[in-house]
Design a protein around this ligand. Structure first.
Ligand code: ADP
Length: 261
């Protein structure tokens, strides 16, 4: 009964949010959290009301990327109030609830499912245009819980161009189909390197693998983001991406494709 009550609570809360997007990847380290953070910031700068929820319980990195590791989450009665990163962007990450940022979380499946459900049911987002949910890589408990709990949620898949990452994203595509989670589209990250001196694009890994996979599976290709050393610097220091980063052009294309859907 308690479970059903919580499900109802989640459904009611989610009704105040127009678009719910779960960001997923087959592999870790492909830039899923970086893409989630930059999409959330990008949409908020376009004037949309955005929430960014990090349900990557074992490796929450959103707070670090945004430079809000020390942010304290406030409570309104028994509800968590997400951290106001900017006027249009609210953030909630497991990281903000940990006392020690380097503490590992050791929980088994049911506990993780409980925490993800609690994040979904007990957060005061208010009215939002977009809720971006950063899930851990793979097809484990957290993405499954999101897929099964959040009505009208869609998946945004992130991959890098190498076959090894594409093989795993194909699994994610099949996972989404199996659990009936509609796929918003695919983003290819670390897609070539724009040389800062000669400004030409070098395909360090392979090229167009993401586009081809999207076509093969009949899903939307949302765009590609090149490798930019500034992404690492800004991600590690919690600074936002420089205006002149070559990633911005790709990001704008991705944002355009998201809002057009
Ligand atoms: P994931 O969430 O998939 O594990 P992260 O977003 O944490 O991946 O990114 C992994 C590392 O790669 C981070 O150090 C991040 O700064 C870096 N990174 C992500 N995208 C890019 C990019 N386009 N160019 C350069 N470095 C990137």
């Amino acid at each position: 009964k308690q479970y059903e009550e919580q499900s109802k609570k989640i459904q009611d809360l989610m009704k105040n949010i127009k678009h719910k997007i779960a960001v997923m990847s087959g592999k870790g380290g492909v830039g899923k959290s970086t893409v989630s953070a930059n999409i959330a910031i990008g949409l908020s700068k376009m004037g949309y009301k955005v929430g960014l929820l990090d349900v990557d319980i074992h490796g929450p990195s959103i707070a670090g990327i945004l430079g809000i590791r020390d942010a304290v989450i406030e409570f309104n009665e028994d509800r968590m109030v997400p951290y106001p990163y900017s006027e249009n962007l609210k953030v909630l990450s497991m990281q903000c609830l940990l006392n020690q940022p380097d503490d590992p979380i050791i929980w088994r499946g049911p506990a993780k499912i409980g925490v993800v459900r609690q994040f979904l049911s007990d957060t005061e987002w208010g009215e939002l245009d977009y809720l971006i949910i950063d899930t851990p890589p793979g097809t484990g408990d957290e993405p499954l819980t999101v897929a099964q709990t959040v009505d009208e949620c869609k998946a945004l898949l992130v991959t890098t161009p190498q076959e090894i990452s594409l093989a795993d994203v194909r699994k994610s595509i099949n996972f989404c189909r199996r659990v009936k989670l509609p796929i918003l589209g695919l983003v290819e990250n670390m897609s070539g390197f724009v040389c800062p001196t000669c400004h030409t694009l070098h395909n360090i890994f392979q090229s167009e693998g993401g586009k081809k996979t999207a076509a093969d599976f009949d899903i939307e290709f949302l765009g590609s983001l090149p490798i930019d050393p500034n992404v690492v610097v800004s991600g590690d220091s919690g600074q936002s991406l420089a205006e002149d980063s070559p990633v911005n052009a790709g990001l704008n294309e991705v944002l355009k494709n998201i809002i057009n859907q």
